[in-house]
Design a protein around this ligand. Structure first.
Ligand code: XLS
Ligand code: CA
Ligand code: CA
Length: 439
């Protein structure tokens, strides 16, 4: 069998003193942290679109990447080579899951029929390779945004033919996800948004988006696909305003259309920051509402205003993300999907390895730090103490819903000399640094 990455052997854990750039220094799949192995906690996944499809193209230039299938020209030959290369890569990287869009894995050809046949052929290869390697599918999805037919959206397009076409694509992608034992199915809103309200019927578009999601859930039930359904928020790009702006917006949308029991959320770090939130904020909001489903693990650039999809290397952020994930009781059946691409200048195939190693080590470190924070209970103790006025007296009556404005007014008349405690933000930031630096 062809070897696509001969320059790399299996990437192994060598510990923090190792200087081998093709080894893990923190990610040891077997290391037990808080009762579970790192592999069980982290559930890493490779994103097919970036790692196999991305070629470094940007607004100012064509692809720069050098890849082992560059000598091939037939689109199906390329798709097959990428399938084998993907599994070689994941095996060598010890990445147990992958995610894909339909268009990532097979050429679209000239018709829907041809596309679906191509997909079936590649999925058969995936099935074989999954059985051989034990690698699993975290989630599947359909790309309803790249082709010009989606210029006005998919389920929110003003053109009903596009709505129908999109439904056919999701139906097929869901069937393939089920066939491969996929544990989740993702809906990212692609071009589901608008450029100008001057040409937009917002009410109908939102209703249609909800209809589309409802139909998808109904079809999943019909074919007995039990994967978790996830909506992935993003505030902008490609449209000026995306309907799935952030976690709060999606929560409101799901609630107002009665879909809240059927969908959880896939949170991408870079989308959080584009929405003007921290990654931790989005994770926290989803967690406290019981809808944290999965994570697209990447990072943006603070100085750039777009979706740079960089590999996550900021340990401050991975530690706080893992803190939320641990408090959520983990992500299963979700995982940490590296929706991240190497920079245009990192054009060699070996950069894909360096990048994933950096991301996996950053999350492994984040996990260890977060577990230590939780074990000590130092932060939770501080927070409990800060809210203790709600555990007795008038506070207790408030949370027990025993008082209204009248009773509270009577209470306040007698208790209007108020003392507050310090929020101690800087003190707490130093506590956090202690955990970060001492791990
Ligand atoms: C794009 C999104 C996309 C989704 C899957 O910004 O991150 O890649 O994760 O369609
Ligand atoms: Ca994503
Ligand atoms: Ca992104």
């Amino acid at each position: 069998m062809a070897v696509y990455f001969p320059e790399v052997d299996k990437v192994k854990f060598e510990g923090r003193t190792s200087t081998n750039p093709l080894a893990f220094r923190y990610y040891d799949p077997e290391q037990v942290v808080g009762g579970k192995t790192m592999e069980e906690h982290l559930r890493f996944s490779m994103a097919y679109w970036h790692t196999l499809v991305g070629d470094g193209t940007d607004m100012f230039g064509t692809g720069s990447a050098v890849r082992p299938w560059d000598n091939l020209s037939d689109p199906m030959d390329i798709a097959k080579a990428k399938a084998y290369a993907a599994f070689e890569f994941m095996e060598k990287m010890q990445i147990p899951y992958f995610c894909f869009h339909d268009v990532d894995i097979a050429p679209e050809g000239d018709s829907l029929k041809e596309f679906f046949n191509n997909l079936d052929e590649i999925v058969a290869i995936f099935k074989e390779l999954m059985a051989q390697t034990g690698i699993k599918l975290l989630w599947g999805t359909s790309n309803l945004f790249s082709h010009p037919r989606f210029m006005h959206g998919a389920s929110t397009s003003p053109n009903a033919d596009v709505f129908a076409y999109s439904a056919a694509r999701v139906k097929k992608a869901m069937e393939l996800t089920k066939e491969l034992g996929g544990e989740n199915y993702v809906f990212w809103g692609g071009r589901e948004g608008y450029e100008t309200l001057l040409n937009t019927n917002m009410g109908l578009e939102l209703d249609n988006l909800a209809r589309f999601l409802r139909m998808s859930k109904e079809y999943a039930k019909e074919i007995d696909f039990n994967g978790q359904f996830l909506i992935e928020p993003k505030p902008k790009e490609p449209t000026k305003h995306q309907y799935d702006f952030d976690v709060a917006t999606v929560l409101g949308f799901l609630n107002s259309y009665g879909l809240e029991k059927d969908f959880k959320i896939n949170i991408e770090a870079n989308h959080a920051t584009l929405a003007g939130h921290t990654f931790q904020h989005e994770l926290r909001l989803a967690r406290v509402n019981g809808i944290l489903g999965s994570v697209d693990a990447n990072q943006g650039d603070e100085l750039l205003g777009w979706d740079t999809d960089q590999f996550p290397t900021n340990i401050y952020t991975t530690a706080l993300a893992m803190y939320e994930i641990l408090l959520n009781g983990g992500l299963t059946p979700g995982g940490l999907n590296f929706d991240a691409k190497v920079r245009r200048g990192s054009h060699e195939a070996i950069d894909l390895f360096y990048a994933h190693i950096a991301g996996m080590d950053a999350f492994a470190q984040g996990l260890v730090i977060a577990q230590r924070m939780i074990d000590s209970g130092e932060l939770e103790k501080f927070v409990d103490e800060r809210y203790k006025s709600y555990t007795t007296g008038i506070g207790q009556k408030i949370v027990n819903n025993e008082v209204g404005l009248k009773e509270l007014s009577e209470y306040a008349m007698e208790n209007d000399q108020i003392t507050n405690s310090s929020g101690r933000q800087e003190y707490l930031e130093a506590v956090l640094n202690r955990y970060l630096l001492e791990s």
